[in-house]
Design a protein around this ligand. Structure first.
Ligand SMILES: Nc1ncnc2c1ncn2[C@@H]1O[C@H](COP(=O)(O)OP(=O)(O)OP(=O)(O)O)[C@@H](O)[C@H]1O
Ligand SMILES: [Mg+2]
Length: 230
């Protein structure tokens, strides 16, 4: 896979490419699978030598069979001292936002103590979170991570079902996205919200299962790719 795609999706390198990223596609379109494979590839490359990946799954599901998930933030950050991937499962639906905020806050503290380490916080199924929609503001820490994260080598990767799920305040903090099977409404949202025209790619993305497009959100360019592994 191209280094540029891996960097732009998951590497917090302090540049414009270090801004947050998004993965959008309907349920079952292959978002979590592709994300997992791309990270596995990325971690083998030099730019990711000092990278830490924090994967948060509100569905309590992970394709990293060899990484033991934790429900405890202390344990998560202890794990990250030795391993490059940490999997965190929030447990109480009433506390999803609070737990995620604590996780982001801790990441800011840890990043200041480890200036050479970059952090990518992947929040899968963000659309489940309260206030994670186009008309609300997401939590303060999530906003901080998206807006100020670049200077702290922290990147957010937001995994959503609909492009329309993205809170508008985050739009200008995104550098790139991966688009998978989408609905026609996503095309409209995408044009309006991200200035990204997906009309030419809609049929291909929907007729080729697990295929995907890399969207450069700084230029509006989209490149289509076959399903991972084919
Ligand atoms: N490139 C692929 N090759 C083979 N199988 C795939 C591929 N991508 C996804 N799958 C399979 O398709 C199923 C759905 O994929 P995945 O869980 O990644 O979807 P998702 O978009 O994350 O769905 P949800 O939004 O419900 O979480 C899984 O069983 C996964 O193993
Ligand atoms: Mg998924």
């Amino acid at each position: 896979m191209s280094q540029e795609i891996m960097n732009r999706m998951f590497l917090a390198d302090g540049t414009d490419y270090g801004l947050s990223s998004v993965i959008a596609g309907r349920s079952g379109s292959g978002k979590t699978y592709l994300m997992t494979e791309l990270i596995n590839d990325a971690l083998k490359t030099a730019p990711f030598k000092e990278a830490r990946i924090i994967y948060v799954s509100v569905k309590n599901e992970s394709y990293w069979d060899k990484v033991k998930p934790t429900y405890d933030l202390d344990e998560l950050f202890k794990t990250l001292q030795k391993s490059r991937i940490g999997v965190f499962y929030p447990t109480d639906p009433d506390m999803y936002e609070a737990e995620l905020d604590s996780l982001i806050e801790r990441t800011f503290l840890v990043s200041q103590e480890n200036e050479n380490t970059s952090f990518c916080i992947i929040v899968d199924d963000c659309n489940v979170l309260d206030k994670f929609n186009s008309t609300s503001r997401p939590s303060k820490m999530m906003t901080k991570a998206a807006i100020a994260g670049r200077s702290f080598n922290i990147k957010l990767t937001l995994v959503v079902h609909r492009i329309g799920n993205l809170p508008r305040i985050l739009n200008s903090s995104l550098n790139a996205g991966i688009i998978m099977g989408i609905s026609p409404m996503d095309n409209d949202y995408s044009k309006k919200i991200l200035a990204l025209d997906l009309d030419p790619y809609y049929d291909s993305l929907n007729s080729n299962k697990y295929s995907w497009g890399f969207a450069d959100l700084l230029t509006g360019d989209v490149t289509l790719y076959s399903p991972f592994g084919e």
